[in-house]
Design a protein around this ligand. Structure first.
Ligand SMILES: [Zn+2]
Length: 129
């Protein structure tokens, strides 16, 4: 077990710093919302991942009719990595570590309670009149 895992906020990463515009945290930027939290955009990434992957289980999970929250989370992390990398000069071998604030933001969006799927569950409650 490695103990060098640190809780790091996005502002501690040089390559993420430049994405912050005037904000203190990348998760509150308009770009983050647009790129990482918009499921229409994530769906495009999902399609690309389905086409690229050679892993049958991964392909099956990604192409499921009801995509699991844990799959969406995985797609978000991939998307975030692509986004950050697209602003990083290539060939430097920079490894993208996902900052804690980003992980928390994504986890909060795709909550998993007791492993139950919470996504498109039909609600029995009445709409407010
Ligand atoms: Zn942050």
């Amino acid at each position: 077990m490695s103990n060098d895992f640190k809780c790091m906020c996005c502002s501690e990463f040089d390559n993420i710093k430049q994405l912050l515009d005037s904000k203190k945290c990348v998760t509150v930027t308009t770009s983050f919302e647009k790129i990482i939290l918009d499921e229409e955009i994530l769906n495009i990434t999902r399609q690309q991942m389905i086409m690229k992957t050679k892993n049958k289980l991964k392909k099956k999970q990604l192409s499921a009719l009801e995509v699991l929250n844990k799959t969406w989370k995985y797609i978000c992390y991939v998307q975030f990595t692509h986004w950050v990398n697209s602003w990083t000069s290539l060939g430097k071998g920079i490894r993208v570590v996902i900052p804690t604030c980003v992980i928390n933001k994504i986890r909060n969006k795709y909550l998993e309670k007791d492993g139950l799927y919470m996504g498109f569950k039909k609600s029995n409650t009445h709409l407010p009149s």
